[in-house]
Write a protein that binds this ligand. Structure first.
Ligand code: ZN
Length: 376
């Protein structure tokens, strides 16, 4: 019997997993646009392999590949699937990979029917969440979470359904400094999420590591002021995009989304720095979303290895910053550098290899983005 999420969170930082459907799309197993996960039925081996990569990297928890897996969103693929079919298959695949290293499985719910003004269709939205929750009950999920929501009212409706499961509940929102899509502030979103009685609250997707840490520090202050103490989670997306942090759409507002965002993907060194900053801020659950690949999750697990007292399975082939293995490499002959130290990797100026490409998009340059830098 593996240790439950609340016990793990109480003991020290927990490592989440990374990108599922965004990575499956790059690998040829999901369609950009709908971003649904028919792959759990059509290409189960591909989904299982991706889960296994996160387990090997050191993730403690695997989220089900159930993005947009409500009946209202599942209308593409080789044929139409029901929410139950996709959620059933996703639960089984995540559990299979999780059991290989005593990891936990988290059932994930994402936005379904947009909530209209006056909450007239609230029951439709709740019904979609209930269907997914029923599958998570059958499959005995270790916890449930919500992802990609940027409307606090929808999160509150989802929380009501999730709490009926009587398992730990995590709520996360796609929140930039400007608050939710209706302009509800970061602070109010944090307090309202905590007041649902959720065990853990945080941010996920939409915004980059720097923006996410900034928002999480505002969560912390708001919660302290309200005397609320849920665990905190942070799972940002893995592309640097400071110029869209004020947009409610976040990284989707980038003109390069989704097929030309690769130059913005964080390095594994930045994933180390992110993990350290998140830990120092008091974030209890540290993972990633779109763009966070297994090597980024490995960096989080390795950065916090001594604090957690857990060596990730990948350690037989990967030592933080290369260690003694990299000392043997011919790369050390160049620039007289010892490339197997943290200092080397933190201090070099990391070029993009694109001399004629601007650091930020033209539109952002014109709006006068102040050029803030965080992880320096
Ligand atoms: Zn994402």
């Amino acid at each position: 019997m593996s240790v439950g999420i609340l016990e793990r969170l109480a003991k020290g930082p927990v490592v989440g997993d990374g990108s599922m459907v965004f990575t499956l799309e790059k690998r040829g197993y999901a369609l950009a646009g709908p971003w649904t996960t028919e792959a759990v039925v059509e290409y189960p081996e591909a989904v299982l392999q991706l889960h296994r990569e996160f387990v090997r990297a050191g993730a403690d928890v695997l989220q089900t590949a159930t993005f947009f897996s409500s009946d209202s969103k599942l209308t593409t693929g080789k044929r139409d699937y029901t929410s139950k079919e996709i959620n059933d298959a996703a639960c089984m695949l995540a559990r299979k990979a999780a059991d290989e290293n005593a990891c936990l499985v988290c059932g994930s719910i994402s936005p379904a029917v947009p909530l209209d003004s006056g909450r007239k269709n609230q029951h439709l939205l709740a019904a979609e969440f209930t269907k997914q929750c029923n599958v998570y009950r059958e499959h005995r999920m270790d916890l449930v979470t919500c992802e990609f929501f940027n409307n606090i009212e929808e999160v509150e409706i989802c929380a009501v359904e999730m709490k009926k499961l009587n398992i730990p509940v995590s709520l996360s929102m796609r929140l930039g400094p400007g608050g939710d899509e209706k302009g509800v502030s970061v602070e109010e979103c944090a307090v309202r999420m905590a007041k649902t009685g959720a065990d853990m609250i945080g941010t996920q997707c939409g915004y980059d590591i720097n923006t996410a840490l900034n928002v999480m520090s505002r969560f912390k202050s708001a919660l302290q002021e309200a005397d609320l103490r849920p665990f905190l989670s942070c799972q940002p997306q893995g592309m640097l995009c400071p110029e869209v942090e004020q947009s409610p759409a976040g990284y989707i507002a980038l003109q390069e989304f989704p097929f030309a965002v690769e130059p913005r993907i964080i390095t594994r060194i930045e994933a180390h720095q992110f993990a350290r900053k998140a830990y120092e801020l008091g974030v209890n659950y540290i993972g990633g979303c779109c763009g966070f690949e297994s090597h980024h999750i490995r960096s989080i697990a390795q950065e916090l290895q001594s604090e957690r007292g857990i060596v990730p399975p990948v350690a037989d082939k990967a030592v933080p910053f290369g260690g003694d293995a990299l000392k043997l490499s011919t790369v050390n002959e160049f620039h007289n550098g010892n490339r197997s130290t943290r200092e080397y990797w933190y201090n070099i100026n990391k070029g993009s290899g694109r001399p004629y490409q601007s650091a930020l998009t033209e539109a952002a340059m014109q709006t006068g983005y102040p050029g803030r830098m965080y992880l320096q």
